[in-house]
Design a protein around this ligand. Sequence first.
Ligand SMILES: Cc1cc2nc3c(=O)[nH]c(=O)nc-3n(C[C@H](O)[C@H](O)[C@H](O)COP(=O)(O)O)c2cc1C
Length: 354
Amino acid sequence: MSASNIAVHTAGNYNFYKIAADGKTFVIGGVPEEYSADYINIAASCDAAVLLTSNPEFTGGLDGVLTRNPDIEIYAGSACLRNIKAILNRAVNERLVKDNMSLSGIRFMVMPNLRWVDTIMAVYDGVLFSGEAFSGFDGSAVGLRQYFDKRLAVNKPYVRTAIKRLRTERLKAVYPAYGMTCPQGTVCESATVAELLESYEKWSAAETSSGRRAVVVYSSEYGFTGALAERAAKRLCGSCEVNVYDVSSSNLSEVIDAVNRADMLAIGTNTINRNAPERIWDVITRMDLMNKRGMPYFVFGSFGWAGDGIRLIDKTLTAMGMRGVTRPVDVLFKPEDKDMERMDAAVDKLTAAV
Ligand SMILES: Cc1cc2nc3c(=O)[nH]c(=O)nc-3n(C[C@H](O)[C@H](O)[C@H](O)COP(=O)(O)O)c2cc1C
């Protein structure tokens, strides 16, 4: 199907587009290598290829195009040009695209992190070539939402910025990298451009937060680390909204959701065989590093001989970019009053840091 002089091509749910403008032909977007036969045929005969990202999922046919047409002009943002040369390991006839630049009626917008850092979008004749944004539409909003959750939700602040900007455009259609186009093109009956923007606005909305949500997560075999966790929770209660989770008896997804919504974290671990227990590591490996970088934390725990687990967790969180507010509160076996006072002092540093 086509709108004006835009041709829509689809391969395995991936879309790419061909525009004839100003006596020049452009191919916009791309497909994975396994679906690239048509893309290579069509793009190789074009004057220019516009890359909306360097992500190989959407540039899988480019090497084949360059083999047939090494002089094809490659239009892309600066990060994308750098990346694509390192992905293909070859030089390209590069044309740098800057924000708001126009070329033969095609206007470019730099839209970082949707989903790759080097993403741009293009608008031609009121049609938005949106790349991964607005992808996944399958005739109902379900596919659109799933795609958003899986690929874009991690970068919600960037989605919000993009939507704000797109609201200022007069768009009559959205042509994404994957899934159905909207509202015309490869069949789309139930969404309008306004509905797409509204959905993305709703899904990417910033959570309203007091900014003082604390989570205490701990692992404890004999209750010693548990007693420290209780003390932390009690002190936090006065000034914060607190959730406390014993990892051995809590639903891990719930714990991780809470950690990823929190503004501060107190994490307690016992040490077993020179390590922290697996479920503590499970929480850590599933932390949202895109959005939780810099979150204040401290580590606490009871140990028996060297307390390696406590130090491992502390070092890992620091390496992940979290902000340790104090040295770990490490306690030899059963906590006594002076240890509880150390916990209070650590909690006070934590709350002071947000
Ligand atoms: C199987 C086992 C292995 C342990 N390995 C270590 C270890 O490598 N290093 C250490 O400091 N403590 C070790 N401990 C001691 C515990 O960390 C210690 O008993 C601690 O007080 C437990 O705290 P909890 O009551 O919060 O579980 C081990 C304990 C057990 C049962």
